[in-house]
Design a protein around this ligand. Structure first.
Ligand code: FPP
Length: 248
């Protein structure tokens, strides 16, 4: 049986979040500049997203550029921004063909104007697609998002629009840039690193984590299937006991 056939499509995770790591090391392995790794990282994005859409996944979030990535050498930042613009533009017809809706999270106003415009254009063009939603985390960090949410909630309290006693999970969810997107049930990180790196700290509270030593440009459909098969073998207890899960 192929890896794909081993997936129980009735028990797919609703949302997979991915930390795409290892582009730089992959390029170094070929004696090339880091941007060569990012170009090939885009190929892995395409393969993974198309495979996810094909099996019927509803949400995928990709950590494409973190708040901390602004501290990389200016040339790499500029190249990454160009790559983002070109890829989003070039792949818009593919998103349409595969019924994929594009969304973004993060401090989008930090991005170069050209990048913001292209992003918005593709978000608008794909807004009615109802297959997979692909969320790009751009100039994103979970701490940035949480700080913003706290500021907005504090302002509402100050203006007597919200009582402190009413602040709960739902209120916090509503003020995050992930508002309206279900929490990921599976988080994949490539390249052998076992870190969360300021990614979706609130939203990953009950996610299953899957780590693979593969570098992101080497990540293929089969690797996505392996992660899903592994996820489907886990017992998700959400704080309960195994016995409770059986009786319920
Ligand atoms: C991490 O590898 C990767 C990034 C910081 C950038 C990821 C971006 C892409 C794959 C392009 C995304 C494009 C679209 C359209 C989604 P690294 O550079 O940190 O690698 P290293 O840890 O080996 O140095």
């Amino acid at each position: 049986m192929s890896r794909k056939d081993q997936i129980d499509i009735t028990k797919l995770p609703k949302h997979i979040a991915i930390i795409m790591d290892g582009n730089g090391r992959w390029a170094k392995g070929f004696g090339k500049f880091r941007i060569f790794g990012h170009y090939n990282g885009v190929k892995a994005v395409k393969t993974t997203v198309e495979a996810a859409a094909e099996i019927g996944l509803k949400y995928i979030t990709l950590y494409a550029f973190s708040t901390e990535n602004w501290n990389r050498p200016q040339k790499e930042v500029d190249d990454l921004m160009e790559l983002l613009i070109d890829t989003i533009k070039k792949e818009t017809p593919t998103l349409q063909k595969n019924n994929i809706r594009l969304k973004s999270i993060g401090n989008i106003s930090d991005l170069p104007a050209k990048c913001q415009l292209q992003l918005q254009e593709t978000i608008d063009a794909t807004k009615d697609n109802d297959g997979l939603t692909m969320v790009l985390a751009l100039s994103y960090s979970a701490k940035w998002d949480i700080i913003n949410a706290i500021k907005n909630i504090a302002t509402q309290v100050k203006n007597n629009e919200l009582a402190i006693s009413d602040i709960d999970d739902i209120v916090i969810d509503k003020h995050l840039s992930t508002n309206g997107i279900p929490n990921p049930d599976l988080m994949i990180r490539t390249s052998g690193e076992h870190r969360i790196s300021n990614f979706l700290l609130w939203e990953l509270a009950y996610a299953e984590f899957y780590f693979t030593p593969k570098l992101w440009p080497d990540f293929k459909e089969e690797d996505l299937y392996d992660a899903i098969i592994d996820f489907q073998q886990r017992e998700r207890r959400f704080g309960k006991t195994s016995e409770q899960l059986i009786t319920n």
